[in-house]
Write a protein that binds this ligand. Structure first.
Ligand code: SF4
Length: 71
């Protein structure tokens, strides 16, 4: 499991589950870009946009969690 996070959201990616349908890279290329390293940039769109795209992953290889500040 790989984690990509900022202070608002964490996206988790399970490469063994990914079926390479490409839904993520087509739907939100500013965040999901396999030409970049790391390939997920959670700062590439709003946390809501990232979350909505993660929900469209057909294999559930992508999951997310919204983080709340506790200060
Ligand atoms: S949308 Fe999900 S299954 Fe498709 S390529 Fe992205 S991570 Fe893999």
């Amino acid at each position: 499991m790989q984690d990509y996070r900022n202070d608002k959201i964490v996206v988790r990616y399970a490469p063994r589950i990914c079926i390479h349908a490409g839904e993520c890279v087509r739907g939100l290329p500013s965040v999901f870009n396999v030409s970049k390293n790391p390939w997920i940039d959670v700062n590439g769109a709003s946390d809501n946009a990232v979350a909505e795209q993660v929900k469209r992953c057909p294999s559930s290889a992508l999951t997310y969690e919204l983080l709340k500040k506790t200060d």
